[in-house]
Design a protein around this ligand. Structure first.
Ligand code: 3EB
Length: 447
C-alpha cells in the first residue's frame, strides 16, 4: 500500500480525491486503506487528482493529471497518459475517455502529444483540445480528461471533432470548432469561422446551438489590438452576430431563466499563440424530468449587459448553466473573475482578486441563487465541485493564488495554467463544475 510521501511526490495508490453523489460521504481517500495497489513504477504515476461521480446507472470520472518524472516532452506525455489509464483501470468497470483538454507549454510540442494520444486511443480518440497555456508547476503538459463507464453508456467517436455519449434517454454532444491559426483572417473572421464550424459539427450529430449548454473559447493573444481593436472585442462582435441568427430562447429542453437571455455558460481565455481553439457541449433529451437553468450572479452585471466601454457588442454568455436530471443537478460554472457589477476590483492584488473570484462563484451556485429561479432545495457549495481550472495571468502569482484556492475550496482536482484574461487588469479567472442533489425542502438545514 503506497502513500503520499512527505515530499508529496509519490501517489501510486490512485484513489479518488472525491466521490460525488455516492451513497458514501465525501471523503479524501488518498490515505484510505482500500486504495488498490498497482504495478506501475512510481515515476510513471504523475501528480494525479480525480473525482468519481456516481450518476445513477453511469459513473463519470474527472481527472486532472500532470507528470512528475521529467525528461523529454514525449516522456511527460506518456506518463500523463499512463496515469489516466491507471485511474481508469481501477474503476472495476470499462471506462472510455470522452473529452480532454491538454495544456502545453510550447505549441511545437502539440504534434508529439497528438502522436502519443493516437497511439494510445486509436479509433477511440476523445475530443481533444490543445491549449498553449504553460502549466504553472513548470511541467510541459497537464491534462484534464473526462471518462464515462461504458457498461450502460454508449460512446460514439464520429471523428476527432465530435463525440457523443448516450444513456438513460440522454444524449451529450461534444463538438469542437477546430484549432484555427492566424492565416490572414481578421480576428472577427476567425471568430465567426469558429462558431460556424461548431455549428457544422453539431449538425453532423443532428444537433445545433439550441442544445448547447457550455462553450470554451481559447483565444490567442486575447488582449492584443489589431487595427486598433482588441481581439477579444472582435470575438464578442462575431459571437453576437452569430447568436443573433439562432433562436436560443426556444430550446428543446425547458429553461428557467428569470426572463433574461439564455446563452451557454462559457470560458473566454487567452493562449500564447494567435490561434482560436473552441469547443462546446450540448444535451438532447425528451425526458420530462430534465430542465436547464441559466444562472446569473447577484454580485455581477450579466456579461451580456456589460456597458459598451468593455466591448461594443457584449459577451454573450451565462454565468452558469445548470442541468437538472431527476434529483441530480450538474452546474457548469463559466470562467469567473474579480468583477463586481461590471468593474474589475482589486487591481494588481492577486490575493484579493482570487478571494473575490471565489466569492463570486460561491454566491453564483448557492441555494439562494437557485431558489431565485424557482429551484428550491438545489444549489451547490465548494464541496460539490468535481474540479477547478485556474488561469493565472502572471506566473509569479501562482503560489499566492493557489494558497487562497486551497484555503477556501480545500484539496480539489485542479489545473493551474498561465493565461491572459480578457481584460488587462484581471489577474485570475476560475471555472469549475459542481454535482449536487436536490434536497427535499423538509431536509433543508435551517438558516
Ligand atoms: C468576465 O466575467 C470574465 O467571453 O465567453 C469569462 C467567461 C469571461 C467567459 C467569454 C469571458 C467569457 O467577463 C471573462
Amino acid at each position: 500500500m503506497s502513500q503520499v510521501h512527505a515530499d508529496g511526490l509519490v501517489a501510486h495508490s490512485l484513489a479518488p480525491d472525491r466521490r460525488l453523489l455516492s451513497s458514501r460521504a465525501l471523503f479524501t481517500m488518498r490515505h484510505d486503506a482500500e486504495a488498490a495497489e498497482l504495478e506501475f513504477p512510481p515515476h510513471l504515476i504523475g501528480e494525479q487528482h480525480h473525482t468519481v461521480i456516481e450518476l445513477g446507472n453511469v459513473k463519470r470520472v474527472a481527472m486532472m493529471v500532470t507528470p512528475e518524472g521529467g525528461g523529454e516532452f514525449r516522456d511527460e506525455a506518456w506518463e500523463a497518459l499512463s496515469t489516466i489509464r491507471a485511474i481508469l483501470r481501477q474503476q472495476g468497470e470499462p471506462m472510455a475517455v470522452t473529452m480532454q483538454t491538454v495544456f502545453v507549454r510550447d505549441r511545437a510540442d502539440v504534434p508529439v502529444a497528438r502522436q502519443v494520444f493516437e497511439a494510445c486511443y486509436g479509433e477511440k480518440m476523445p475530443l481533444t483540445l490543445f491549449v498553449v497555456q504553460p502549466p504553472c508547476d513548470g511541467r510541459g503538459i497537464a491534462i484534464e480528461a473526462w471518462a464515462v463507464s461504458t457498461a450502460s453508456a454508449k460512446v460514439e467517436y464520429h471523428g476527432e471533432d465530435l463525440v457523443t455519449v448516450s444513456y438513460d434517454g440522454l444524449r451529450w454532444i461534444y463538438a469542437s470548432g477546430g484549432s484555427l491559426h492566424l492565416d490572414g483572417r481578421t480576428p472577427y473572421e476567425q471568430s465567426a469561422e469558429a462558431f460556424s464550424s461548431m455549428r457544422r459539427v453539431l449538425a453532423r450529430a443532428g444537433s445545433g446551438f439550441q442544445d448547447v449548454v457550455r462553450t470554451w473559447l481559447y483565444q490567442g493573444c486575447i488582449t492584443e489590438e489589431v487595427d486598433g481593436v482588441e481581439r477579444y472585442r472582435e470575438l464578442n462582435r462575431a459571437r453576437t452576430d452569430f447568436f443573433a441568427g439562432i433562436d436560443l430562447e426556444h430550446r428543446p429542453i425547458s429553461v428557467a431563466n428569470n426572463g433574461h437571455a439564455i446563452y451557454p455558460a462559457s470560458t473566454g481565455i487567452g493562449t500564447l499563440c494567435h490561434g482560436l481553439v473552441t469547443a462546446c457541449m450540448g444535451l438532447q433529451t425528451e425526458r420530462q424530468d430534465v430542465q436547464l437553468l441559466a444562472l446569473e450572479n447577484p454580485l455581477q452585471t450579466s456579461a451580456f449587459d456589460y456597458p459598451k466601454e468593455y466591448s461594443v457588442k457584449s459577451p454573450k454568455f451565462s454565468r452558469a448553466m445548470a442541468v437538472r436530471i431527476g434529483d441530480h443537478v450538474t452546474t457548469w460554472i463559466s470562467g469567473t473573475a474579480s468583477i463586481v457589477n461590471a468593474e474589475t476590483v482589486h487591481k494588481g492584488d492577486i490575493v484579493k482578486q482570487t478571494e473575490q473570484t471565489l466569492t463570486n462563484i460561491e454566491r453564483l451556485i448557492d441555494a439562494q441563487n437557485f431558489a431565485r429561479l424557482g429551484w428550491e432545495g438545489a444549489g451547490a457549495t465548494f464541496d460539490d465541485l468535481a474540479r477547478l481550472h485556474v488561469y493565472v495571468k502572471r506566473p509569479e502569482d501562482y503560489e499566492a493564488c493557489r494558497a487562497v484556492c486551497e484555503r477556501r475550496v480545500g484539496h480539489l482536482p485542479s489545473i493551474y495554467a498561465v493565461a491572459d484574461v480578457c481584460r488587462p487588469d484581471l489577474l485570475v479567472e476560475i471555472e469549475g463544475v459542481a454535482f449536487s442533489r436536490i434536497r427535499k425542502p423538509s431536509s433543508k438545514p435551517a438558516t
